[in-house]
Ligand binder design. Structure first.
Ligand code: PLP
Length: 393
């Protein structure tokens, strides 16, 4: 069935699913490492790309393929490449696009390991970088050099919740011949479609919203241009960071309810954010759905919803933030995000502890900042949990 013209929710449920000989209602787990060729000719044709069909699971597998095609349709891209983790996706994108002497311009308040990979590893091979506040396009304009080969955006960014104008930055980058890559993990394709806004490549840690059940680590990359998709797949295959069929099966199950989960979680998030904003012990709240978010107008243009990630800070900075962690009971104290369960963490002492304080502050991560990923529980229970915890801090 051609699902390309159907609505987002219909694609979520049906896109990419192949028909098999048994009429399976869901794509089964093809738990096999390799695939038999009916003849030497067919084997040769598959290797040469003259015939469709699978060869070896690191290169491709029907269960993984179903997920890749599903997400590619949700992002309005040409094709998808699934990876073992979100960081696997980041690595494939960097390796495919950055060569020795290349320069990268990236959002400063980016997912920590995405930045660490460049600063600590790619720099060893002569890759240069500028981490800037991409929420102000003038910073991007000033950072682009003749050897800039990629503009890498994360919007909303983790955990500062800074928003970048993807359309405007894409136009600017393209004037300089630079492809634009967007980490769309925080928004999910349900709320933001970077390729429609002008970006060239979008990727996700499917560990988060797309799978949504905190039981899988995985990644996926989608590009607009089929030739770029091929280039990315070739890189994934030689790096060996393929997704596994069982992982793909679970993610395909998760994606079917993506918009239901996102809608419920963001409804909760709005109520939690407003409650926090009115609390006397709360210093500030950063949620893209609040009028107080400095880029609320841009968010309304660029996203179709506000999502469920909130950052806030209590009076009392670092100690208050850390203390809160030990007093919440319903929210799980854990890193990761985007699942059905509410998670809370303290970036300065946890996810972003490896960054220097100066780098953290430059990226908008103050010492007291608390990251709260709102789940699909009853919001009254979430608020009651925060209320008793904040009272003890
Ligand atoms: C979690 C995350 C990643 C990395 O994904 P993994 O699946 O943990 O490897 C990348 N970007 C963002 C924004 C993330 O939240």
């Amino acid at each position: 069935m051609d699902t390309k013209k159907l609505g987002f929710n219909t694609k979520m449920v049906h896109a990419g699913a192949p028909k098999d000989m048994y009429g399976s209602a869901v794509t089964p787990i093809y738990q096999t490492s390799t695939f038999a060729f009916d003849s030497a000719q067919i084997g040769a044709d598959r290797f040469a790309g003259r015939a469709d069909g699978f060869i070896y699971t690191r290169i491709g597998n029907p269960t993984i393929r179903a997920l890749e095609q599903n997400i590619a349709e949700l992002e309005n891209g040409a094709d998808g490449v699934a990876t073992a983790s979100g960081m696997g996706a980041v690595t494939v994108v960097y390796m495919a696009l950055l060569s020795q002497g290349a320069h990268l311009v990236s959002t400063g308040s980016v997912y920590g390991p995405s930045r660490g990979l460049i600063e600590k590893q790619f720099s060893r091979f002569g890759v240069q970088y500028s981490y800037v506040d991409t929420s102000d396009i003038e910073n991007v304009r000033a950072a682009i050099r003749p050897n800039t080969k990629m503009v890498y955006l994360e919007s909303p960014s983790n955990p500062a919740m800074l928003v970048t104008d993807i359309r405007a930055v894409s136009e600017l980058a393209h004037q300089h011949g630079c492809p634009v890559v967007v980490d769309n993990t925080f928004a999910s394709p349900c709320l933001q479609k970077p390729l429609d806004l002008g970006a060239d490549i979008v990727f996700h840690s499917v560990t988060k919203f797309i799978n949504g059940h905190a039981d899988v680590v995985g990644g996926i990359i989608v590009a607009k241009d089929p030739a770029v998709c091929k280039q990315l797949r070739a890189m994934m295959v030689v790096l060996g960071c393929n997704m596994d069929p069982h992982q793909a099966f679970l993610v395909s199950r998760g994606v079917k309810t993506l918009s239901l989960r996102v809608e419920r979680a963001q409804e909760n998030a709005m109520k939690v954010a407003r409650w926090l904003e009115a609390h006397p012990k709360v210093e500030w709240v950063r949620y893209v759905g609040l009028e107080s978010h400095p880029q609320h107008e841009l968010v309304k243009r660029q996203m179709t919803g506000f999502g469920s990630m909130i950052s806030f800070e209590l009076n009392g900075g670092y100690e208050a933030g850390r203390n809160l962690m030990d007093n919440v009971h319903l929210a799980t104290l854990a890193v990761s995000l985007g699942g059905v369960e509410t998670l809370i963490e303290h970036p300065a002492s946890m996810t972003h502890a490896s960054m220097s304080q100066a780098d953290r502050l430059e990226a908008g991560i103050t010492d007291g900042l608390v990251r709260y990923s709102v789940g699909i529980e009853d919001v009254e229970d979430l608020i009651a949990d925060l209320e008793q915890a904040i009272a003890k801090v």
